[in-house]
Design a protein around this ligand. Structure first.
Ligand SMILES: Cc1cc2nc3c(=O)[nH]c(=O)nc-3n(C[C@H](O)[C@H](O)[C@H](O)COP(=O)(O)OP(=O)(O)OC[C@H]3O[C@@H](n4cnc5c(N)ncnc54)[C@H](O)[C@@H]3O)c2cc1C
Length: 475
């Protein structure tokens, strides 16, 4: 019997798990996929929003502000890529400058530090020389940042696991039985008995809620497509560049990623199929067209890939966080669309406070909030590289040439807590396969290492679990 079961190992579920691991509680996280960050948390803009956009008083506004504040300390503790690079909201028409001032005021009301400024055209172009000539003014958001969304999620999960939280993958919760004082979660494998359920199931949060509560929710998948550019043009802009927001979201942005690429997107289209991550020619053309307003030139020859993410849009528009009125001990953290990545640390804290009030649990005296990432060979000095190779010669063998990822890093990614079991798992933990050639050279070697470490045949290695095998049979 678990005290608490969290459904969903995305950034929301993992942030909650890590916060709760500060207490002596028997906790597990279940996910239908084979790894953490397999849902929306793997494919988004990776922006730590300042908090000027959500409507004052909403959960989105409160969690965004608090989440943003928590990022520096969290990075210190969990060692994931994050940088405060400042965001700019750009204005292209003199008559819209008042909208920048409205955003600034809304930001102040939400609690964004009052360091935001409205710049004129010359001041804006001085900051970002690649901007298009159409820019007339900009609002600066100095607390805006960029983060690697899957590394953040992995770091939260690893640390929760180090502190005693169990993770069960490949378990889809298919039915929930409400008993007198506990719940039974029926999965495609075993059943899980638990006192408290926390629903952090992303796009399927409505389905999970509707299994238990009569207050029904509806979550719509809102697709966002992106274009990713090679690191060769990663420094074309240094800040995150937004256009003035619309009803459908924060529009198409142009931003450096924290790993040094250039990113443009997302689109915003409601779709029926919650698993449809296809990119389309129409979507890509829309991005390039809209981004032309922001920057003078689009370096199309440097595009290395495209991808899509799905926002979990609840029709009422705000995050749904709290205990269901008609189901004691069933707690929702759903409808977590943007700024959900930014808000995750705050949602974790908020739900931890709810549980502490409910159960008054003892502190976990052994809690250790520090987690170290895999050494990144590409970022080390030659002295540090030599020392690492001396300790473990596998750090002397480069596997991914585009991203300079060594065999040592890949083996470390597989062996650590909640280690990689798939090619995508290796990719997200080390960046092997994320460079210009998109794994053309290193995939074969990564399959070999994974098969060796897991002691399975090469043909059993998958890209992301289920039937995503890469090879038909052993050669
Ligand atoms: C295009 C786009 C851009 C965005 N940009 C930003 C941004 O720049 N900044 C920002 O702050 N936010 C951004 N967001 C929002 C952010 O990505 C999300 O809010 C966040 O990732 C949601 O995390 P989550 O853990 O709630 O959901 P998810 O990451 O989707 O996790 C839910 C998990 O639940 C599991 N699950 C579902 N059903 C079941 C079941 N029945 N049984 C077991 N497991 C189940 C899934 O497998 C999944 O792993 C963006 C989102 C999109 C789509």
């Amino acid at each position: 019997m678990f005290d608490i079961t969290i459904i969903g190992a995305g950034v929301t579920g993992c942030a909650i798990a890590r916060e709760l691991s500060r207490y002596k509680l028997n906790i597990c996280v279940v996910d239908k996929e084979v790894d953490v960050a397999s849902g929306t948390s793997k494919a988004n803009s990776g922006i730590v929003h300042a908090g000027e956009d959500p409507m004052p008083g909403t959960f989105k506004a409160k969690m965004n502000i608090r989440g943003n504040e928590l990022f520096d300390k969290l990075q210190e503790e969990l060692d994931f890529p994050f940088k405060r690079n400042e965001s700019l909201v750009l204005c292209f028409d003199e008559k819209d400058i008042c909208k920048l001032e409205e955003l600034r005021q809304r930001g102040i009301e939400n609690g964004v530090p009052d360091t935001m400024k409205i710049l004129n055209r010359e001041e804006t172009l001085k900051l970002e020389p690649s901007l298009s000539d159409k820019v007339v003014a900009a609002l600066t958001l100095p607390t805006g940042g960029i983060v690697c969304p899957y590394e953040l999620t992995i770091a939260l999960a690893e640390n929760a696991n180090m502190n005693g939280v169990d993770f069960f993958f490949g378990r889809e919760v298919q039915e929930i039985e409400k008993r007198e004082d506990h719940y039974i979660l029926k999965t495609n494998r075993e059943s899980i008995k638990t006192n408290i359920v926390i629903n952090a199931a992303g796009l399927y949060g409505d389905k999970i809620n509707n299994m238990v509560s009569n207050k029904k929710y509806e979550i719509i998948a809102r697709k966002g497509e992106y274009v990713l550019f090679d690191k060769a043009v990663g420094s074309m802009v240094s800040r995150t560049l937004f256009q003035l927001p619309t009803k459908m979201g924060k529009g198409v942005l142009v931003t450096p990623t924290v790993d040094g690429n250039l990113l443009m997107g997302p689109t915003s289209v409601d779709i029926e199929d919650k698993d449809n991550l296809e990119t389309t020619m129409e979507g890509l053309n829309t991005i390039l067209d809209k981004a032309k307003l922001t920057v003078k030139e689009i370096p199309t020859r440097q595009i290395i890939t495209s991808f899509a993410g799905l926002r979990a849009h609840e029709v009422n528009g705000d995050f749904i966080i709290g205990e269901a009125e008609d189901a004691k001990n069933f707690i929702n953290a759903i409808g977590i669309e943007s700024p959900g990545l930014t808000s995750a640390p705050a949602i974790g804290e908020y739900i931890k406070d709810m549980i502490v009030e409910k159960l008054n649990p003892k502190k976990n005296e052994n809690f250790n909030g520090i987690r170290k990432s895999i050494p990144k060979f590409r970022e080390l000095s030659n002295e540090e590289r030599k020392a690492l190779i001396k300790k473990d010669p596998s750090y002397g063998k480069i596997v991914c040439r585009c991203e300079t990822v060594t065999e040592g890093e890949i083996r470390n990614a597989i062996r650590r807590p909640l280690g990689a079991t798939t090619i995508d798992g290796i990719k997200r933990r080390t960046r092997a396969g994320m460079g210009r050639c998109q794994s053309g050279f290193c995939l074969n070697r990564a399959v070999d290492i994974l098969a060796e470490e897991l002691n399975v045949a090469r043909k059993d290695i998958t890209k992301f679990g289920s039937d995503s095998n890469l090879l038909m049979e052993n050669e």
